[in-house]
Design a binder for this molecule. Sequence first.
Ligand code: HEM
Length: 545
Amino acid sequence: MSKVFKQSEVAEHKKPESLWIIVDGDVYDVTKFAEEHPGGKKILQRVGGKDASAQFWKYHNEAILKKYKAQLQIGSLEGKAPPPEEPKQAAVAEAKVVPVEAGPAAPVPAETELKESLEPFGDMIPFGDPAWYQGYHSPYYNETHAELRKEVRAFIEEKVEANVNDWEKNKFVPPEIYQEMGTRGYLAGLLGLGYPSQYTKYRVKSVSPEKWDLFHEFIVTDEICRTGSGGFVWNMIGGYGIGLPPVVKYGKKELKDRIVPGIIQGEKRICLAITEPDAGSDVANLTCEAKKTPDGKHYIVNGEKKWITNGIWADYFTVAVRTGGPGMGGISVLLIERSEGVTTREMDCQGVHGSGTTYITFEDVKVPVENLIGRENGGFKVIMTNFNHERIGIIIQCNRFSRVLYEEAMKYANKRRTFGKKLIEHPVIRMKLAHMARQIEATHNWLENIIYQCSAMGETEAMLKLGGAIAGLKAQATVTFEFCAREAVQIFGGIGYTKGGQGAKVERLYRDVRGYAIPGGSEEIMLDLSIRQSMKVHQALGMKL
Ligand code: HEM
């Protein structure tokens, strides 16, 4: 692989029997691959023995090269320049400074401590990453956050990026990837509860447990979403992130000591089962029943659950059941272990492929009373305190997906030419990108503010005070996601309508939109709740109308 070739040597391999090409100074032997090349063998033969970089980048993206490099690269050209270093802060600052007429500096309140901006990171496409990645100041982040984003990005680029198209297509992510999320300590940090060191021997490499905060949690989720696959992201955290927090917060100690370590360390899987065929956002009407046995030692559970993420491979199910009368006051939450009477069947849905959306039936399932989470008939509180964390997760995901759509569209608009110009040179395309960017940045800034509020408030205060704003922000995030998906596909045209290839992320995310706009509280319910709940809170705070 490390062989060095002269241009003239490569030029000799231009026949079908021995076909080499050059891409970005590296030499690829595509003799055998030409037969299976999805773009056809003739097109490869036409560039045999030559530098085909321009043609390659016209039709493919990074992921293709990453996927095939190990298999096809046989060496590099003599004198190939080393890869460019990541931009250094000073260099970027120098390049970006535009002289402006000096005006009076904005006054800084004496008590405000201005934070240094962190080293720039990523591709520096404007709005393609959050502002604090791009050398802008932020009060929320420090070096540990910068280290973590680097660590997670490297993991995703190395292990996931090149495979995610296939995994989504086959609706299967190898379990080792989930396990690695556990051994890297990422799962532990995603519960909205600090870093629960007592349940895991694993630690996150770049952040110590004491320093772990909600912004670290934000970064892990945000970075794994750069894969542009709701199916992959939900495979990793869709069941875990909402199924485990109620157990950790309200479960009995013996139960937690027995099951939590296995889940947090990535060995076992859990999901949250609330929705039923006939009760979605309308939780108060659920009918799955749990009756106590005469000796008071067990519940017998009967009923159905539908659209349950990760259910198909879950070992544990955090389930909302009816133990009492009608309405919210008759609901409890039980931790059901996979056992006799539990049946799971994978559902075929429009998007989020690979997330294991499941139909579950419980038939006379015997559950020990020790598996009750919270109080009997007190399930409403357990479910409600879970919602803010769940919705913030959805918001983070939608917002990065919107960015991915924008970033992909921006890159494509800078290479695709129509009517003698690059797409980016057409004002109508810039208009689309501008409308995407302004919504993404608005969502991101509101999100950071909410995460900061969650860090500063206790959980009950946050549940009461922030529920309305989080509901509104969820709607903002899903509407933005839908808008960006539509506009990105329009910019890509037929390529964004076709699975795989350069438009893969765009085509896929377009199918994932409804998987975000409906669950966790539909857009309509979120918008209504945002006003109703905020009015209630502000009445208590002394609102004067
Ligand atoms: C290392 C060398 C190459 C590899 C590994 C490779 C791989 C692939 C793959 C996997 C696809 C399927 C679509 C996708 O997923 O993107 C594809 C499509 C294609 N490739 Fe290549 N390719 C290589 C070189 C080239 C070169 C040098 C050209 C042009 C001279 C070319 C032209 C095309 C075209 C036209 C398509 C179809 C694009 C479309 O569907 O819109 N490829 N290639």
